[in-house]
Each structure stands twice: as structure tokens, then as C-alpha cells.
Design a protein around this ligand. Structure first.
Ligand SMILES: C[S@@+](CC[C@H](N)C(=O)[O-])C[C@H]1O[C@@H](n2cnc3c(N)ncnc32)[C@H](O)[C@@H]1O
Length: 229
């Protein structure tokens, strides 16, 4: 497969929003075939968590809408993505399956969400955070648009620092690189720093997800507003 991302001087991937957008525009026709199965267990676990919270859901990086049929009918889902080609596939899926619980789809950058504060009961990001040029900016936006008491549900790759998993991750790196996954940079300490720096949120679950526990499901809750007695 053609190399889409260039390596910078420090060995890091150089990519910006436009490059990622173009990459996913190219992936769109074959995305479900290549990544439908491998990510399915994670998607199922994440959506079960969202269905328990209920209400209005923002799915950031909704892609081809592969997860949309799994949301409970009583939820309302708004899907966003930077790739128009991926969203076109999502739109087709919604129409073909007659999904009534999808409120809308929109092209939108995860780092600049065009919603007021506290708009959603759930913010869902499946396999997206490592594709965003500035992940902490996206995480800040997710927390901003979440209502107090709501849940941020993230499926993502968290890099190992050492051991067999580190070895496997290094072998997988060339495979996932064309998708914009920056495999070496996302150790747990980076999330821990963001969690510590962000007010009124707490980690409620960090569960390893197949394949090989290589991905994690993070559930982060925004503190509910205390009601005076
Ligand atoms: C690996 S795919 C995951 C798609 C889908 N969530 C799934 O589970 O299959 C990453 C998606 O994130 C989108 N994406 C990447 N960067 C983004 C950004 N800055 N803002 C919004 N979406 C972005 C891509 O266009 C792509 O659809």
C-alpha cells in the first residue's frame, strides 16, 4: 500500500487535518471490508456502554457509520467526521437500513466541535483519537460538549512501554501507519496527564479489548452538578 504519511526529522509522523482527510477519502471504498471485523469486538463493547447511558450521543469520527446499527433505538445519534467520502458511506447505510435514531451527520473537525457546551449525554470516539493531529485538543472538546454526569467513551490504542506487547506493536506499526495511528506516542501516561489536568472528570473504566488487548475501552465520566438540599 502506498505510504500516505511522511516521517519527519524526529522520526514522528508529520500529518495534519488535510492529510488525514485525504487518507480516509481514499480508504472509504474498502474501509468496512478491511476494518469491519478486526475492530468489531471493541465497537460492540463501546456501544453497550453508550446504550446504558442513553440520551443524545455524539459519535466523533463516525466514519462509514459501521457502528450506527448497534445503537439502541431510543438513542439519538449525531455523527461527525472530517472525511466526506466516509460520511457518504454512512449516509447510504442509514438510508439502506432505515435507521431512525440518527439525528444527523456533519463534516467537522474533532478539535473544533461546532456544538454548544453540554450538548450530549455521551461522546463516543472509536479508533479516532490517535488519528487526530492534536489529541489533547480533541479530548478537551469532547469534555466541553458533554453534559455533567455524561460519559466520554473512547476506543483507542494505548502503547506499551516494554515487553511482548511492545514488540507486537512495533511489528504492527507499518500496517496501521497509513491510517494515521501514531503507535509509539500514546502511552497511558499521556492520558493520565490529560485526566489530571482536566477538571471535573474521572476515569471509570479502562478495559483491554481484542485483538490481543492491543486497544482499550476508556469510560470517563463528567461530574454531575451538585444539587443544593
Ligand atoms: C480508524 S477510522 C474509525 C472509524 C469508525 N469510528 C470505526 O470504528 O470504524 C478513523 C476515523 O476518524 C476520522 N477522523 C480522523 N481525524 C479526524 C478529525 N480531526 N476529526 C474528525 N474525524 C476525524 C477519519 O476520517 C476516520 O473516519
Amino acid at each position: 500500500m502506498a505510504e500516505i504519511f511522511k516521517l519527519g526529522g524526529g522520526g514522528q509522523l508529520d500529518f495534519d487535518r488535510a492529510t488525514v482527510e485525504q487518507a480516509y477519502d481514499r480508504w472509504a471504498p474498502v474501509y468496512d471490508f478491511v476494518f469491519g471485523g478486526v475492530f468489531s469486538k471493541g465497537r460492540k463493547a463501546a456501544i453497550q456502554a453508550a446504550n446504558k447511558v442513553g440520551g443524545r450521543v455524539l459519535e466523533v469520527g463516525v466514519g462509514t457509520g459501521i457502528s450506527l446499527p448497534q445503537y439502541a433505538p431510543h438513542l439519538r445519534i449525531f455523527g461527525t467526521d472530517i472525511s466526506e467520502a466516509m460520511l457518504r458511506k454512512a449516509k447510504r447505510r442509514i438510508n439502506n437500513l432505515g435507521l431512525k435514531n440518527v439525528e444527523n451527520l456533519a463534516v467537522m473537525d474533532a478539535e473544533k466541535l461546532e456544538f454548544p457546551d453540554k450538548s450530549f449525554d455521551v461522546v463516543m470516539a472509536q479508533y479516532v483519537v490517535t488519528a487526530v493531529p492534536n489529541p489533547e485538543a480533541a479530548l478537551d472538546e469532547f469534555a466541553r460538549v458533554l453534559r455533567p454526569g455524561g460519559e466520554l467513551i473512547i476506543l483507542t490504542r494505548i502503547s506499551a512501554d516494554a515487553g511482548m506487547r511492545r514488540f507486537i506493536e512495533r511489528r504492527l506499526q507499518p500496517v496501521v501507519r497509513p491510517l494515521g495511528f501514531r503507535t509509539a506516542e500514546f502511552t497511558w501516561s499521556r492520558y493520565a496527564l490529560w485526566l489530571t489536568a482536566t477538571r471535573k472528570i474521572e476515569l471509570v473504566e479502562n478495559r483491554p479489548i481484542p485483538p490481543l488487548g492491543h486497544f482499550s475501552l476508556l469510560r470517563i465520566r463528567k461530574a454531575a452538578i451538585a444539587v443544593a438540599a
